[in-house]
Design a protein around this ligand. Structure first.
Ligand code: NAD
Ligand code: GLY
Length: 366
């Protein structure tokens, strides 16, 4: 007897001139040939992945594409953030040349945010831009990294320094892939999920607060709900402001603090969603100190994040070093501003904030 899977949920991302759908559902990675709008003259697709993800999910992806009549190649890149490097990108370009991957063909990014950022940038630059379908397999990738068209790699001088906006032709978020995620990666993704609750959709907070144990255990229905809700928020912000001239920046709730924490601690200590968790606590405390955030939001943030296994203190980095990292990051924009939350669902970009107020908040994260 075969089990009927519920129909996938489609969320349109109405970017002017480059609209596409995010398709969310269990098993959709095996149906890429049906759910991805393959470019009309495409002959080949190349699946870019890493060894671990490829071993688990590569075959389903390749078979789905072959079902659409495509000749399917595969390129594996190393696991980890170091794959977002000029050296790995250069090797990937060489592999595309060897296939060869033509200007009408398709790149498929199958993996976490590292793979989708790298595959997306390779697609953005190959033949001055070929189609990419993103198949994110981490929770962070499904709710954030693979959606919205930001692609890029790192340099020794800084993270994501080289990149391009290149919207995918589809994002295929197979929630079944989340079952094999290491627990820490799942928890890190839950930090990014919570962000959407604070900035736009308080229902996400209710879901996480209602059953944190189910969230941490990777309950498929709960994860599907929060992925869909998070993607809806991101889709609306990206469609209205693709290049981040305005409200797309609200997606950075918790991130000004979070990026500084990652940079100062050397990227090895905190997963991205963990740093964002600390950043959201800091943003709520800062907002309360400035009198712009409803009283109690910081305590609610801590009470929500702790049972998700996310950090709520224990930060040993020096507040002065963290301030310096934020000031460096924001130099071009004239002062350090933060996305703050008036109350769940209502976020805004602050005016520049004084160093003393920021450092005082950072000291509370020790
Ligand atoms: P990641 O890509 O390194 O994946 C985390 C780990 O999980 C890796 O070891 C990966 O191999 C493994 N993995 C992936 N899927 C799996 C699965 N289904 N089962 C078992 N293991 C699996 O990390 P991430 O957190 O997904 O992404 C982080 C990256 O995303 C960073 O480079 C960040 O800059 C980028 N990012 C980009 C955007 C954007 O808008 N483009 C937004 C947020 C983050
Ligand atoms: N992750 C923030 C953005 O895509 O804009």
């Amino acid at each position: 007897m075969t089990t009927m899977q519920p129909a996938p949920i489609r969320i349109p991302v109405a970017v002017p001139g480059a609209p596409y759908d995010v398709v969310v559902g269990a098993g959709v990675a095996g149906r890429l040939g049906e759910v991805v709008p393959v470019p009309p003259h495409a002959r080949r697709a190349v699946v870019v992945t890493n060894p671990g993800v490829g071993a688990r999910w590569g075959r389903a992806a390749r078979e789905g594409l072959a079902g659409a009549g495509l000749e399917v190649g595969a390129v594996e890149v190393p696991d980890g953030e170091t794959a977002k490097s000029p050296a790995v990108l250069g090797e990937l370009w060489s592999r595309l040349a060897a296939l060869p991957l033509g200007r009408d063909d398709l790149v498929v990014g199958l993996g976490g945010g590292v793979v989708t950022d790298l595959a997306g940038f390779a697609a953005a630059t190959w033949h001055r831009g070929v189609a990419v379908a993103q198949v994110p397999t981490t929770l962070l990738g499904q709710v954030d990294a693979a959606v919205g068209g930001k692609t890029g790699i790192n340099l020794p001088e800084g993270k994501n320094l080289v990149g391009a906006f290149h919207q995918p032709v589809a994002v295929v978020a197979d929630t079944a892939t989340l079952a094999t995620l290491p627990p820490r990666e799942l928890r890190s993704g839950l930090g990014e999920v919570a962000k959407y609750g604070f900035l736009a959709d308080p229902g996400v907070l209710d879901l996480l607060e209602g059953d944190p144990a189910a969230a941490v255990a990777g309950d498929p229905d709960l994860l599907t709900d929060v992925v869909v809700r998070g993607v809806r928020v991101k889709a609306a912000l990206v469609a209205a402001d693709e290049r981040e001239g305005g409200d797309r920046a609200l997606l950075n709730y918790g991130h000004t603090f979070g990026h500084a924490i990652e940079a100062v601690t050397g990227y090895g200590t905190y997963r991205h969603g963990e740093a964002v968790a600390l950043g959201m606590i800091a943003a709520a405390r800062l907002g309360e100190a400035l009198g712009v955030t409803e009283a109690g939001l910081a305590d609610r943030t801590v009470a929500l994040l702790a049972p998700l296994g996310l950090p709520t203190g224990g930060l040993t980095a020096d507040p002065a070093a963290l301030w310096a990292a934020m000031a460096r990051d924001k130099k071009a924009r004239g002062g350090v501003r933060f996305v703050l939350c008036r109350r769940p669902g209502a976020a805004f970009l602050s005016d520049p904030v004084d160093r003393a107020a920021v450092e005082a908040v950072l000291a509370t994260l020790r």
